[in-house]
Design a protein around this ligand. Structure first.
Ligand SMILES: [Fe+2]
Length: 239
């Protein structure tokens, strides 16, 4: 049984970052322990296309009344899910959630004064195809203020949760948009130390994938943790 590459903690966000206030209390106070994984963690969960409804990937319509659609700039978010070795990851479940075009979430504890859109729910899901490809249709979310410092705003973003082929590949992340001037001011973005790591979270406008008179497209590839290749019965596993 192979295991996954260990996490590069210089690439991932810092757990403790006082400018992001809630990180202070919820970050680990003691040294982390390494937990061995077994077959269950390395081979599950497993998802397939059969869990999806026809509009699950379409947040413009999946919460809208018959004949209606969500308000906001219509976009396609698409890309590939691959591992650290560049192998495509088929059947990866991607769940997405986001604020509406005004920057408001549909959530009981949401307090921002921007209005709800009755035709926008703010969540969707899809499963990658046999080449690791995925696509969402949605509206571009708005930036919103949040009670952290005296005047902190989140850049426009979409939250993403991914299941790969084992819990070792689990990833929860956020997607930002090329050219957004708010990215550099965000304390949550700043928990990431390496500018190249931040760039990897910025979806790129792709005019070639735009649908004329309908939606602009943003391309966003996602890399999940790779498996170490181990010598097994005189051959390299996975080769
Ligand atoms: Fe958010």
């Amino acid at each position: 049984m192979s295991s996954y590459y260990s996490r590069d903690r210089n690439w991932h966000p810092r757990a403790y970052y006082p400018d992001y206030k809630t990180s202070v209390l919820r970050s680990p106070q003691k040294a982390l322990l390494a937990m061995p994984t077994g077959v269950a963690e390395e081979t599950s969960p497993v998802f397939g296309q059969d869990i999806l409804g026809p509009l699950d990937h379409d947040m413009i319509h999946n919460f809208a009344a018959e004949g209606a659609s969500a308000i906001g700039p219509r976009i396609i978010v698409y890309g590939r899910v691959i591992d650290q070795d560049g192998h495509p990851i088929p059947n990866a479940l991607i769940e997405a959630w986001q604020a509406n075009a005004g920057g408001r979430y549909r959530h009981a504890k949401e307090g921002y004064l921007a209005p709800l859109d009755p035709n926008f729910g703010g969540c969707g899901r899809t499963v990658t195809d046999d080449q690791g490809r995925y696509e969402f249709r949605t509206i571009q979310p708005g930036p919103y203020p949040w009670p952290n410092g005296p005047n902190d705003w989140r850049p426009a973003h979409i939250h993403l949760s991914l299941f790969g082929h084992g819990f070792g590949q689990r990833l929860i992340t956020q997607l930002y948009f090329e050219g957004d001037p708010m990215i550099k001011y965000c304390p949550i973005v700043r928990t990431i130390a390496d500018p190249a790591a931040i760039d990897s979270l910025v979806a790129q406008l792709d005019m070639d994938a735009t649908v004329p008179m309908d939606a602009r497209a943003y391309k966003f590839d996602i890399v999940l943790r790779g498996r170490r290749q181990t010598v097994f019965e005189n051959r390299l596993e996975g080769l």
